[in-house]
Design a protein around this ligand. Structure first.
Ligand SMILES: [Zn+2]
Length: 225
């Protein structure tokens, strides 16, 4: 059983690296952002609330986030463990989490603010099918059009320069104290996410002590128990 938290500013590749680890270690990837987006898209009551908060560039409050995470973890579908993304974002959420779960590591993806701006402002989303693009290394064949469905590529509502500055400021103000709490427990590994995806993923595994051979061994040991 492995329980990881992955932290990093928006655009640092948290989603990508969580999915790669989840796939190879059989972890359940819990993305708080995805849970909220799912609710927004389906116009649930929670979705309407989240939409209002995100449109103003603020972060969703502690109570709401804790209840969403608590409900998700209570499903107990994570036999080999989980990797949680988008939580905890505040000192209070971190304390709540540490009281409730033993964690094995905190993966801190480090990306300078200038690089965050470049990456986030290049993101596009298909208005038709929801496919993600970015104008740096995943450009559509026809400018402004989705390769899959021909839909219009748009920015997410919360990807404006102003909303991004607000998020960056809040991110640093709130996240640094959270990292300090985890650092005191010696849970944190920090990886620079500017190199390419494969190098970053390898660096994460090296620092967590997961080797590609060790990975299979660990898994088969688990299965024979
Ligand atoms: Zn599309």
């Amino acid at each position: 059983m492995r329980k990881y938290v992955i932290m990093g500013v928006q655009g640092s590749g948290k989603g990508t690296h969580s999915q790669l680890l989840a796939r190879d270690l059989d972890l359940v990837h819990i993305s708080v952002g995805d849970i909220f987006r799912w609710n927004v898209q389906r116009h649930t009551k929670l979705g309407a609330l989240v939409r209002r908060i995100m449109a103003s560039g603020e972060l969703v409050g502690d109570d709401l986030v804790e209840s969403v995470v608590g409900d998700r973890l209570a499903q107990h579908d994570w036999n080999y463990g989980f990797i949680i993304d988008g939580f905890p974002r505040t000192v209070r959420q971190a304390e709540f989490f540490l009281e409730s779960y033993d964690i094995d590591g905190v993966i801190h993806l480090h990306l300078p603010d200038s690089e965050v701006r470049r990456r986030v402002l290049a993101r596009r989303l298909c208005a038709g099918c929801g496919m993600d693009y970015n104008l740096i290394d995943n450009t559509p064949t026809v400018e402004g059009r989705c390769d899959v469905c021909g839909g219009e590529l748009i920015r997410r509502e919360d990807d404006t320069p102003h909303a991004l500055e607000v998020r960056l400021r809040e991110y640093h103000e709130k996240t640094n104290p959270v990292l300090d709490i985890f650092r005191r427990k010696e849970y944190v590994i920090t990886v620079d996410t500017r190199p390419d995806k494969e190098q970053v993923q390898q660096a994460i595994r090296d620092k967590l002590g997961i080797s590609s051979t060790g990975l299979k061994t660990t898994k088969s040991q688990d299965e024979t128990r």
